[in-house]
Design a protein. Structure first.
Length: 357
């Protein structure tokens, strides 16, 4: 089976954490996967110009020409829903090439405005592309509920976790470490949810906080700086690190923290962060938002914290009870292997694509 994937930018989260791992895993299963990235317009100094160009010409015309002159059996659109992609979809389907649309963010929500009018740059043709796709893939229930009303052939494929790479550690540090991973500048509001609970806990227990990563962000250091008087804080590397070094950065986590504001955008987020913690064999404390409220089974592999008091209470239970942390970590690992692993997700995706043909 030959599959071409029209992806987004190289550093896009959906590309790095979803498309590339799945494509690599399916190749190992015998499927040819050609990932075609968007044109990189970052050479424009003005970001608005760069964004406009990425909508006008998402991929290089030569890539489109090759799709039509040497067509694969299936073409996957990853998160791109511009008018040109709608036109390409119609041409491909007329040539009996199956088209799959993959959506891993709530692209149906407006993300910009012009003269007071809300817009969705890059998603103008979203509903039409979804309706005309042979199959739609989403990474969570919030997106599923939106897409299902437009296309009945919609399936949830979680953002995969490579459970061979993210594994429970054998050696534990002396100081209990609370860990968070993400790009700090995108999560200021989310991280504010845990500052006060952590302050209270740091006055009662000997704790360490590991943030992977602030990338040298001064605002994050101002946010957590006052806690340095009562707990050790590691803000993580100041630069991006190679992907193969990432698991090692998280190897000292004893409890994974995943705070999220309860907004429509975050309800469209996957369980990737908590899934990594589960694969590492550690308990999770997370906001009951998005796929987190599905994969974190309250009292089984972690706790769901609704507010600041909830964060304080849930974390305190785990801090005081090492056997509970170990048990929840083992439960989480089993769930990750069964429902979120790269092996499971890639085999399920391969079956779905094979059924299309």
């Amino acid at each position: 089976m030959r599959v071409s994937i029209l992806g987004s930018q190289k550093v896009d989260a959906g590309m790095v954490s979803r498309i590339l791992p799945l494509a690599s895993a399916m190749e190992k299963l015998g499927t040819y996967c050609n990932v075609i990235r968007q044109v990189d317009y970052s050479f424009f100094r003005n970001k608005k110009v760069s964004d406009i160009m990425s909508v006008i010409v998402s991929h290089h015309p030569s890539d489109y020409l090759r799709l039509l002159t040497d067509p694969p059996q299936i073409v996957v659109f990853e998160g791109v829903a511009t008018p040109q992609m709608l036109l390409l979809q119609k041409i491909l389907r007329r040539r009996n090439i199956k088209v799959v649309y993959d959506m891993c963010d709530a692209l149906f929500l407006s993300s910009a405005s012009l003269f007071g009018v809300k817009l969705r740059p890059g998603s103008f043709s979203l509903e039409a592309i979804i309706k005309n796709s042979d199959l739609v893939l989403v990474n969570g229930h919030y997106l599923f509920n939106f897409v299902r009303s437009l296309n009945k052939n919609t399936v949830i494929i979680p953002d995969p976790i490579d459970t061979d790479v993210f594994r429970p550690r054998a050696v534990f540090s002396d100081t209990l470490t609370l860990g968070w991973e993400g790009v700090g500048k995108f999560h200021y509001d989310n991280l504010l949810l845990i500052v006060e609970p952590l302050r209270r806990l740091s006055l009662e227990f000997d704790l360490r906080l590991h943030l992977v990563s602030s990338l040298g962000d001064d605002k994050m250091k101002r946010m957590f700086g006052p806690l340095e008087k009562s707990m050790d804080i590691d803000y993580g590397p100041v630069h991006w690190v190679p992907a193969d070094e990432f698991p090692q950065l998280l190897s000292d986590f004893d409890i994974m923290l995943s705070p999220l504001q309860n907004t429509p955008w975050y309800n469209g987020k996957s369980a990737l962060r908590v899934g990594i913690g589960m694969a590492l064999g550690i308990p999770i404390v997370a906001s009951p938002v998005g796929e987190q409220k599905i994969e974190v089974r309250d009292g089984i592999n972690g706790y769901l914290a609704k507010d600041e008091e909830g964060w304080y209470t849930c974390l305190k239970k785990l801090i005081e009870n090492e056997p509970l942390r170990i048990e929840m970590g083992k439960n989480g690992r089993k769930i990750a292997e069964k429902d979120l692993s790269l092996e499971y997700c890639s085999k399920r995706l391969l079956k779905l694509l094979s059924d299309l043909l």
